[in-house]
Design a binder for this molecule. Structure first.
Ligand SMILES: Cc1cc2nc3c(=O)[nH]c(=O)nc-3n(C[C@H](O)[C@H](O)[C@H](O)COP(=O)(O)OP(=O)(O)OC[C@H]3O[C@@H](n4cnc5c(N)ncnc54)[C@H](O)[C@@H]3O)c2cc1C
Length: 415
């Protein structure tokens, strides 16, 4: 069907093709699908890569259990009715309701909108950790992850002794350390995995689920991960991690999983933010004080609807923010009243290597195989593409290969 500009009632522009962006698109389609198909409502999604990255299985990817491709899904498959633009958003002009983008070839263009959703997530905190950019491996961007995978696979294929330092005692760091330890053992390559935490292991669970944090700590120790608790990293150098107490730790490869930082899109400096740079929202996922500007996920600070404090910063909450923001954006287009964000959470879970994990579902603690299965099923269910989820599930049940083989070039598979 041809689209006539005069018939377009609303232009919805989504910045970021991550969890927020995908779920916002889906929520809009649920309500305005017929109008989108008739060309009366336009959805445009801008993302710096042509695919969505699922971070939940980072441990399995590093551990050589899951090909990286299984965690990448082309955005065009996920957003069939949207105009998908592979470009970087460089600047916004909020009073003019437009943003400027630049593609990889350097071509620039301007996109106008009636409603704007900022779902650009977070980035690695380079300025907080000197040496991270030059000497540390980061895993947020799938291209960095691919580079590390290829490098590690080559080392293991060559049988090179390898010491790996993982910085960060949260969910991502713990999962990576456990997975890498398993991989070294499986490859039969001498080496060590060190986990450096400024506090303890899974401190976020300590207050309500101290037993789970203890289980994780013991499982890591049993697996042979060297724990360095209460050791804050101040700098990363070539082959060396510098610590706050003046000591240092040598490592062949240093991986960073200890926090995020926010970028402020030029032109949005005046919007209300917290000290970390996250956009402040109202109860409907609008940026505070704005009627056509929406946000969620890592980029936003959203008040938890059921208890004191903010929503956790993770993929599940990003999806729910996206869903609510998309839903309210669609209601706004229809001039309907908005729905207050009321999602209350589900639980949290961390993998500790094959067959083990810790987690809680609606406050019920789980450990061992039960937690591992819960995590697997939960993640597969929440992957943005069911086909990719099924492939990931099948790959995870296969016994992993013993030796590292060099990783192939990055090639996302269809969703
Ligand atoms: C290594 C790692 C492991 C993790 N493991 C887990 C886990 O096990 N469970 C869990 O719940 N959470 C996990 N997380 C956290 C989770 O991935 C984030 O909370 C989630 O991605 C936030 O979703 P989002 O949509 O806000 O941002 P993202 O998913 O990061 O999406 C933002 C998108 O915006 C794009 N973008 C950014 N800036 C621009 C720009 N200027 N122009 C165009 N595009 C732009 C990015 O390319 C990206 O595609 C992990 C994170 C990392 C890094």
């Amino acid at each position: 069907m041809s689209r006539h500009a005069s018939a377009v009632r609303a232009r919805l522009l989504i910045l970021g093709g991550g969890y927020v962006g995908i779920d916002a698109y889906r929520a809009v389609m649920r309500q305005l699908g017929p109008q989108v198909r008739r060309g009366q409502v336009e959805i445009t999604v801008v993302n710096s890569t042509p695919y969505h990255t699922f971070h939940g299985f980072t441990g399995e990817v590093l551990g050589g259990v899951l090909p990286l491709e299984r965690t990448l899904t082309p955005l065009r498959d996920l957003l069939p009715q949207a105009r998908v633009i592979e470009a970087t958003v460089t600047r916004a002009e909020l009073p003019m309701q437009r943003v400027h983008v630049q593609d990889q070839a350097g071509r620039t263009s301007t996109l106008c909108y009636d409603h704007l959703l900022i779902g650009t997530g977070s980035r690695d905190p380079f300025e907080r950790v000197p040496g991270l950019r030059e000497h540390g491996w980061r895993l947020k961007d799938s291209r960095d992850m691919q580079a590390f995978r290829a490098h590690l696979a080559q080392r293991l294929a060559d049988g090179q002794p390898t010491t790996l330092a993982v910085i960060g005692g949260g969910f991502a760091g713990v999962e990576m350390a456990a997975a890498l330890r398993e991989r070294l053992t499986r490859a039969g390559v001498p080496g060590e995995v060190d986990l450096l935490c400024s506090g303890g292991v899974l401190d976020c669970l300590q207050a309500r689920f101290g037993g789970l944090a203890a289980h994780a700590r013991q499982a890591l120790q049993r697996a042979g991960v060297q724990l360095h608790l209460g050791r804050r990293v101040t700098e990363i150098r070539a082959g060396e991690v510098r610590l706050e107490d003046g000591a240092s730790l040598r490592a062949d490869e240093i991986l960073y999983a200890a926090g995020i930082a926010l970028s402020v899109l030029p032109g949005t400096e005046e919007l209300p933010r917290d000290g970390a740079g996250r956009l402040l929202t109202d109860d409907f996922l609008r940026v505070q004080g704005q009627t056509r500007l929406w946000t969620g996920g890592d980029a936003a600070r959203v008040r938890h609807p059921a208890r004191a404090g903010d929503c956790p910063v993770n993929a599940l909450w990003a999806m729910k923010h996206g869903m609510w923001a998309g839903h309210n954006m669609a209601r706004s287009v229809q001039a309907w009243s908005l729905k207050r964000f009321s999602y209350r959470g589900l639980g949290q879970v961390a993998g500790l290597g094959r067959g083990d994990g810790v987690g809680e579902l609606f406050g019920v603690p789980l450990t061992g195989a039960a937690a591992w299965w819960l995590r697997l099923l939960f993640f597969v269910w929440y992957m943005p593409s069911k086909r990719q989820g099924a492939r990931a599930f099948a790959a995870m049940l296969r016994p992993p290969r013993r030796r590292g083989t060099p990783a192939p070039a990055l090639q996302p598979t269809g969703g």
